[in-house]
Design a protein around this ligand. Structure first.
Ligand code: COS
Length: 388
């Protein structure tokens, strides 16, 4: 059930205030310490941010995709590390269980994911498998009442904080490709599961990624998400369709923020006896950025509404993610340019946001993967139309 418009507007207004008053002022502290302050996490929990997408019956806010996108547009005006902390639970950290989990799995995990008591992580990527996701090498061998997992997952967002992993592993070594892959709900702390050292990253300090290593790690047989082997790749793809909309919204929200910073700097900074905002060459950058951002907003909202209407949005989500992540890269780059020398100096936010934004073109499917998904669907539709 969508929220009534007043409640929805109130929620968005509360989130916007939280972003302006509580998150943006703490950005430098988070970037410098590479840590998320516990009082900020507590406030996120109290606002229900960890459970935006989780159904109300499991303690979440049960937002529609469109409502979730509207909230993400606001939260993403703050540095991406904040969004990363809770939005992984809203998206890829919980959605495997929310979309395909058994009633028991949903009842067991969703309430604690919704409050943020449990942090969820999505473990698909491996040292040799990232874009080629159906080729996962991690194995899950059935032995009586348990599966035994072996393999390494790489660059797993929030893994250092996670209490629960959605792990894609090959249950059928004979079957190559997608059909041999199953998804597992694996709790942190089980024997045989260990974590690598958090990686040192280009940006998004305060958000953490590391390896997750399975060495004869035993998980109960009922940890298979949905209870059926061989469905794990499809679960991962459904999760990513939704995740990509969330990333597209995040890029759009960050674009809004960066454009605001860009113009604010330009109206104050003076050269040649006037504010640099008066120069048409810079005005061109403002206008191009605004049009870019509005195009991304329109794409992501349209895709979200179509998902809510029950349409298959794989291609629409790929278009939105590709366009919005490339867009925020352009906007972040123009912001550095408008700041001139100051854009390259740490004391100003421009260089941090430029580095932070770079990740959006890579994770949850690179731009090249989104192109592949879009083009494959177009070709397949054309073939179908022509009966080929
Ligand atoms: N939703 C539901 N099912 C889907 C799906 C989707 N979005 N996409 C594919 N499937 C299904 C297919 O219908 C097919 O089912 P059948 O076997 O019943 O026919 C099965 O899954 C295999 O699909 P496909 O043959 O398209 O698999 P590919 O290996 O060719 O997939 C892409 C290629 C590029 C689409 C996939 O590997 C991908 O998305 N890679 C990127 C992964 C990624 O984003 N990694 C980043 C790290 S994760 S944070």
């Amino acid at each position: 059930m969508p929220l009534d418009p007043d409640t929805r507007d109130q929620l968005i207004e509360t989130v916007a205030r939280f972003v302006d008053e509580r998150l943006i002022p703490r950005e430098s502290e988070v970037a410098d310490s590479d840590a998320m302050p516990s009082d900020v996490v507590q406030e996120m929990r109290e606002m229900g941010l960890f459970g935006l997408s989780i159904p109300e019956e499991y303690g979440g806010l049960g937002l529609s995709t469109e409502e979730e996108v509207l909230v993400m547009l606001e939260t993403s005006r703050a540095a991406p590390a904040f969004r990363s902390y809770f939005a992984t639970n809203v998206g890829i950290g919980s959605q495997g269980i929310a979309i395909d989990g058994t009633p028991e799995q949903r009842a067991k995990y969703l309430p604690r994911l919704a409050t943020g008591e449990l942090i969820g992580s999505f473990a698909l990527t491996e040292p040799d498998v990232g874009s080629d996701a159906s080729n996962v090498k991690t194995t899950a061998r059935r032995e009586g009442d348990v599966y035994v997992l072996n393999g390494t997952k790489r660059y797993i967002t929030n893994a250092p904080h996670a209490g629960l992993f959605t792990v894609m592993a090959r249950t059928d070594p004979e079957t190559r490709g997608a059909r041999g892959v199953s998804a597992f709900a694996v709790e942190a702390g089980v024997p045989g599961l260990s974590l690598g050292k958090p990686e040192r990253k280009m940006g998004q300090q305060g958000a953490h990624v590391c390896d997750v290593v399975f060495d004869n790690c035993q998980v109960p047989a009922d940890a298979v998400i949905g209870g059926i082997e061989g469905q794990g790749f499809k679960t991962a793809m459904k999760v990513l369709d939704k995740g990509r909309l969330s990333i597209a919204a995040a890029c759009t929200g960050l674009g809004d923020r960066i454009l605001g910073d860009m113009v604010a700097y330009a109206v104050e900074r003076r050269q040649f006896g006037q504010a640099i905002a008066e120069f048409q060459l810079l005005q061109g950058m403002f206008a191009d950025s605004k049009a870019d951002i509005e195009a991304a907003r329109a794409l992501v909202l349209d895709a979200a509404r179509r998902r809510d209407a029950g349409e298959n949005v794989s291609m629409a989500a790929a278009c939105a993610k590709m366009f919005a992540s490339e867009m925020v890269g352009r906007v972040a780059d123009r912001n550095v340019q408008v700041h001139g020398g100051a854009g390259y100096i740490k004391d100003y936010q421009a260089e941090q946001l430029f580095r932070d934004a770079r990740l959006y073109r890579i994770y949850e499917g690179t731009t090249q993967i989104q192109q592949t998904i879009i083009a494959r669907q177009l070709v397949s539709e054309a073939r179908e139309k022509l009966g080929l």
